[in-house]
Design a protein around this ligand. Sequence first.
Ligand SMILES: N[C@@H](CCC(=O)N[C@@H](CS)C(=O)NCC(=O)O)C(=O)O
Length: 217
Amino acid sequence: MAPFASLHTWAGNPRIVPALAAAKLNGLEIELPEFKYGVNNKDPVWVAKFPLAKVPALETTGNHPQFVVESAAIALFLADSGPFREQLLGATPEQRAKINQWIFHGELEMVPHILTGLKHSRKLVPFSQENEDAAQKGIDRIAAVLEEQLEKHQWIAETEKFSIADLIVAATFDMGLKSWLKKEWRDAHPKIVAWYTKVTEIEALEGIFGEQKFTEE
Ligand SMILES: N[C@@H](CCC(=O)N[C@@H](CS)C(=O)NCC(=O)O)C(=O)O
């Protein structure tokens, strides 16, 4: 049988983790074709399907292929495409609202700061103290809210079982915890670290989050 979809991106892109997790839970086979960044995504045939030329980019199989970009949108689509739909996306409008709220918090309030910190830590861009301070301030602000949320609730969006918000936001923290957010930060945010560890250890998702190794000082 043909796979459900092909997911195009460079090898090891951490932004595809929630999509792969949702696909695994829903029993969807996802093909990861070989991909050369800056070559495949600049090809005119590619750009006709994905006009922003960004990855990750998902292409479903079948007679009416769908083309989806934005890693959170891809994860939501795969979450919506199988038996885990209701657990992952929420069973009621209230649950779905909270789940969406935390996905937006993740994409808008966390990803930009974590990417700044990651790029500085891995020396992918020249270091800027001003940008570093702004990123630290930004992540600390939303982390304080999340820490309080996890004092009261087991899962981020107040659901009984984990949802797609847990997977998306934990995958975002995964990028930060493995590169930028050092021991002092982790010690100051014990609830986030415990929740993140719990998400990465969900039995049904074995192997999806990769090796768990926090960054050293
Ligand atoms: N918000 C998007 C960001 C996608 C993105 O910026 N991808 C980068 C690589 S990680 C890219 O493809 N850049 C190519 C370009 O800007 O031309 C997502 O989460 O999928």
